[in-house]
Structure formats: structure tokens, C-alpha cells
Write a protein that binds this ligand. Structure first.
Ligand code: HCA
Ligand code: CU
Length: 385
């Protein structure tokens, strides 16, 4: 298990840029890198310099800033398994290069048209070139669409690449979001056993398993997990940074103690603003309802001890919990708590009466907090009926 010593490869500026509404200006990219570095993201992956002239200039600008300001994070760029891509990537001065090539029948036919033999040859050529040119660069090789690849093809490719002794890391990619946690576990476990190399997992979320699959990868010995802020990426994206943090925090808080967790709301909001989307209401940790307690029974217990219905402490993320009280499911303990917050001293029987009034009125329409407050103030002034 590598929960204790995994690294995040934060790919908002690569996979995330492939999200439908994402386009990052140079300044926005620099701001995202700064904030991610402050958060503690160990590695940041950038769009290939071949994508466009501005993309190339941005890779250079970011790498320069990270080196000049002696930031902890490491900058990677992501390229196809082609020598010309490698030449351009190395020229930018990045710390690491992530090489990818498709191995599923679908991608072999429609993406690059190579056979498995040719894939292995191309990998050998490109990886050797990179290693000769840049002995210190952190080098990763990944198969694209690993989980729809024929297992025999997949292992042939990974073992041939591992035997070259050139890469630091092998990547596994659930490109179309179809893998089950058990499949991720089996593949990652095998690669750890067979190669002894660091293993990276990149999982899309088409069928809702991206976080569970990242967790399964770590349990099986993966060392690196790809994430993006809010999970943005191609189609409906990949493992979200905040979702991975929530998953690991609830296993053991110390697994994510290395990150500046209070920056998570700012990161999520920044990306939502740039991409012109809302943070989903049910988002992990930062969704508007993530820490709202509603039913009377819940509210009573949470007021006594938040842990009774909270696996995550919102304070750790600089977020305040909320208790919703103006509805028909409310309870008198929550209403009394509100009276106390307003500095009102009321008999229990009065609070219970106010609660019954709120429930009856809320059967027609939920009450806003000021409406609840008005009822409590009226009761305190003896004008409640
Ligand atoms: C892509 C595909 C990719 C690559 C992942 C990786 C995928 O957009 O190039 O290099 O690990 O999901 O397979 O994002
Ligand atoms: Cu992807």
C-alpha cells in the first residue's frame, strides 16, 4: 500500500485543458501553478509544447518560474511517443516527460495504426533518445486505454519497456472510464510485482469509478495518481483532486496531512470561475451542500458532536458547517440552538411551540432563516402565538 507515500500528478493544465470549457491564459496558468505548489501538489503536468505556439511558450514560462522561485513542485509535460515530440519537450527544460501511446485494438487501429511490435519499437526509440539527451529527466511511459487493451499485448509492451531500464515510472490509463476497482488492483499489483517500478494511475470518470479506482491503485502499490481540480478533463473528466483528498482523509487523515487543505476551496473556485461553471452542489468537500445538516435528528446529534454525522471536519478545509432549520423536518434542538445564537432565552415549551409553527408553515413553504429568527424574537418578546 502506498497511501503513506504517494504523489499527486496534478493534470489540470494538461488533461484539464481538454475539458469542454477550459482555456487557460498564461497568467491563469501561472496562478494555478503557484496555488497548486502552495497546496503541495508534488508534480504538475502541462499540455504538450506541440499543441500550439502559446502552449510551448507557457511550458517555458512555467518551468522558468518554478525554477527561479525554487518551488517544490516538479513540472512535467505530456507527449506522444514520437521523437519530434521528445525533441520539443526536452527543449523546454521541464523536469519530467510523460510519454503515452495507445495499446487497445481501438486506438491501434484509429489513433496511430501501429502493431504491438511497432509500438514497442517506437517506445524503445523515443525513450532511448530522451535518456541519452537528458539523463536526469524523470521519464514515464504509459499505455493509453490500458483496460481495453488485450492483456497479452499490454504485458508485452510494459515488460519490454521495463527491460530497457530507461523509465522511472509506468503509467496505467483508464482512458474511457470503464475499469472496475478490482481490475485496477489486479493490473497495478501485477506491474508492481513484475517491474518494481513506480506506477502511475490515470482514471476517467465516465462510469463514476475514478476516485475508487485511484484508491484501488494506491492499495495495490501505485505511487502516483493523476488528478485535476474539480475533476475536469475530456468528457466528464478524471479523478478530482478534492475527491481523492476526501477519499484518503476518511481512511486516515494523516495520509493527506502533507497538503495545505485550506487551499482546496480556492483551487476549486478558481477553476470553476475560469471554466465558467459552478462547483457542483454535491462536490466532495467544497459543494454547497457538503456540510449542511437538515433532518432534526441529524441536527440534534451534530450540535452535540459534529462527528456523529461528519466523516470530514469542515474546519480542516476552512469551511463552516451549516444547519438548515426552516423546514418541515426540523427539530426543536436545532431551533433552540438558533435561539441561543440570537442570545434569546426561551423555555423549552416555547421553543417546541415555535418548532411546531415552523413545521406547519413549512408544509406550505420552507422558511428562510430571517423568518425563523422573526418567530423566535416574537416568542422572546411574548408576542408569539
Ligand atoms: C490523452 C489520453 C490520456 C493519457 C493518459 C496518460 C488518457 O488525452 O492523451 O498519459 O497517462 O486518458 O489515456 O489522458
Ligand atoms: Cu485522460
Amino acid at each position: 500500500m502506498s497511501f503513506e507515500q504517494f504523489s499527486v500528478i496534478e493534470s489540470t493544465l494538461r488533461e484539464g485543458e481538454q475539458f469542454s470549457t477550459a482555456t487557460f491564459s498564461t497568467d491563469e496558468k501561472l496562478e494555478i501553478v503557484r496555488l497548486l505548489n502552495e497546496f503541495g501538489a508534488e508534480m504538475i503536468e502541462l499540455t504538450s509544447p506541440l499543441a500550439s505556439p502559446q502552449s510551448e511558450a507557457d511550458v517555458r514560462a512555467i518551468t522558468r518560474m518554478v525554477r527561479a522561485e525554487k518551488m517544490q513542485t516538479r513540472i512535467l509535460t505530456h507527449i506522444r511517443c514520437k521523437r519530434e515530440d521528445a525533441v520539443r519537450a526536452l527543449d523546454t527544460g521541464v523536469h519530467g516527460v510523460d510519454v503515452v501511446i495507445g495499446t487497445s485494438p481501438q486506438l491501434m487501429q484509429h489513433s496511430h495504426g501501429k502493431s504491438i511490435r511497432q509500438v514497442i519499437d517506437a517506445a524503445g526509440e523515443v525513450l532511448s533518445y530522451i535518456r541519452e539527451q537528458a539523463p536526469d529527466v524523470v521519464l514515464r511511459f504509459s499505455t493509453e486505454d490500458s483496460f481495453r487493451s488485450r492483456p497479452a499485448d499490454l504485458y508485452r509492451v510494459y515488460l519490454a519497456v521495463a527491460d530497457l531500464g530507461l523509465v522511472n515510472r509506468l503509467g496505467v490509463a483508464d482512458t474511457v472510464g470503464v475499469a472496475l476497482p478490482s481490475q485496477v488492483s489486479a493490473l497495478v499489483g501485477q506491474l508492481v510485482k513484475l517491474t518494481g517500478l513506480d506506477i502511475e494511475f490515470h482514471g476517467h470518470n465516465d462510469s463514476g469509478c475514478a476516485i475508487a479506482n485511484a484508491c484501488a491503485a494506491l492499495e495495490a502499490g501505485a505511487t502516483h495518481i493523476d488528478t485535476t481540480i474539480l475533476g475536469i478533463g475530456e468528457r466528464n473528466g478524471i479523478t478530482p483532486l478534492g475527491g481523492l483528498v476526501a477519499r484518503l482523509y476518511t481512511i486516515r487523515k494523516s495520509y493527506v496531512a502533507k497538503y495545505s487543505l485550506k487551499l482546496l476551496p480556492r483551487l476549486d473556485q478558481l477553476i470553476a470561475d475560469i471554466c465558467d461553471i459552478d462547483i457542483p452542489f454535491n462536490n466532495y468537500i467544497t459543494g454547497s451542500s457538503a456540510f449542511i445538516h437538515k433532518a432534526g435528528i441529524h441536527a440534534k446529534a451534530v450540535l452535540a458532536d459534529p462527528e456523529s454525522y461528519e466523516a470530514i471536519n469542515p474546519d480542516d478545509f476552512g469551511i463552516t458547517r451549516g444547519i438548515s432549520i426552516g423546514h418541515r423536518l426540523t427539530g426543536w434542538n436545532a431551533i433552540r440552538n438558533r435561539a441561543n445564537q440570537l442570545g434569546l432565552t426561551l423555555e423549552d415549551t416555547t421553543v417546541q411551540q415555535v418548532t411546531q409553527t415552523i413545521k406547519a408553515r413549512a408544509d406550505v413553504q420552507p422558511l428562510s432563516l430571517p423568518e425563523v429568527d422573526d418567530l423566535l424574537i416574537a416568542a422572546a418578546n411574548g408576542v408569539f402565538e
